[in-house]
Design a protein around this ligand. Structure first.
Ligand code: SIN
Length: 281
């Protein structure tokens, strides 16, 4: 695939729809202008991969803080030494891979994370890829009539646990916690304008359960259609992990799915989520 020249690095697209890898940068050596260009690539491609990084948790967190305030995932505890970093772990004996359902991170929170970064620590010998779907294309390819209808409605987004979205009991190696007083269901517009690109995206994923003002019987088939439509193969890229790779994705215009095809092997990743702008926008 064609290599694109930015000022500070080269970028290799991963698919026709979205996703790219940034080549030859060391995140320990970036300055503000390189960061600005990384952010530009993130807005241009929605998901960026940065291979071959060697960051301590402190350095990784410092990089994360360049993106904004840290968002805390209410259902799991972070690392003891760095509570802002969530360890996503599936061991040889666990039966569930965290994130093994199409979703946009934290869409059930009042101000969802704009970005998520995931840093590969240990990988299975094969598999364990992450799929990403382009929610701009999902919006653009709807009929004008459907765009009009959805343009004036809110969806109800509910957290993993009340929804039983993930089988967390099979993810025994992760440190679960009770969300306590954190609100884990909320309404957001189903169509959102991205604050940077100004493009419209369909805000859909496993956490979207109802359309406000419609009965469940009315909204379920519409949401099921939108969930199926938004994950058409044409809208997807597949991120293949390598040791030391970091992927950063934009939750405002993508959803993702952790592929659980490495039963009996271990996969360990470090995740940081970055708080978004005030919702809705
Ligand atoms: C997630 O859903 O945040 C995790 C994705 C992955 O582990 O690939």
């Amino acid at each position: 695939m064609k290599i694109i020249e930015y000022n500070n690095f080269k970028v290799q697209p991963l698919a026709g729809a979205l996703g790219a890898e940034i080549l030859d940068i060391d995140l320990n050596k970036i300055n503000d202008s390189i960061f600005e260009e990384i952010y530009k690539a993130f807005v241009d491609y929605q998901v960026i991969g940065i291979p071959n990084q060697n960051l301590t948790p402190d350095e990784y967190l410092a990089f994360g803080r360049r993106w904004g305030e840290i968002h805390h995932y209410p259902y799991m505890k972070g690392l003891e030494s760095h509570p802002e970093i969530l360890e996503i772990l599936k061991t040889e004996t666990d039966t569930y891979a965290f994130g093994n359902v199409w979703h946009s991170d934290g869409s059930f929170t009042e101000i969802p994370p704009k970005a998520t970064m995931l840093y590969a620590q240990e990988l299975p010998p094969a598999g364990g890829d992450t799929l990403f779907a382009d929610l701009y294309r999902a919006y653009d390819t709807l009929s004008d009539k459907m765009k009009n209808i959805l343009g004036s409605v809110n969806g109800l987004y509910v957290g993993d646990q009340p929804l039983k979205l993930g089988n967390f009991s099979g993810a025994k190696s992760m440190k679960q916690q009770d969300p306590g007083k954190t609100k884990v269901h909320t309404h957001h517009p189903i169509i959102r304008m991205h604050p940077d690109s100004k493009n419209k995206a369909l805000y859909i994923g496993g956490h979207a359960v109802e359309i406000e003002g419609m009965t469940k019987e009315e909204s379920t088939p519409i949401l099921n259609y939108l969930k199926a439509h938004s994950t058409r193969p044409e809208f997807i890229c597949r991120f293949k992990w390598s040791p030391g790779a970091i992927a950063i994705w934009d939750n405002r215009c993508t959803q993702h799915y952790a592929v659980d095809d490495y039963s009996g092997f271990r996969r360990r990743m470090h995740r940081i989520t970055i708080l978004g702008e005030e919702a809705p926008y």
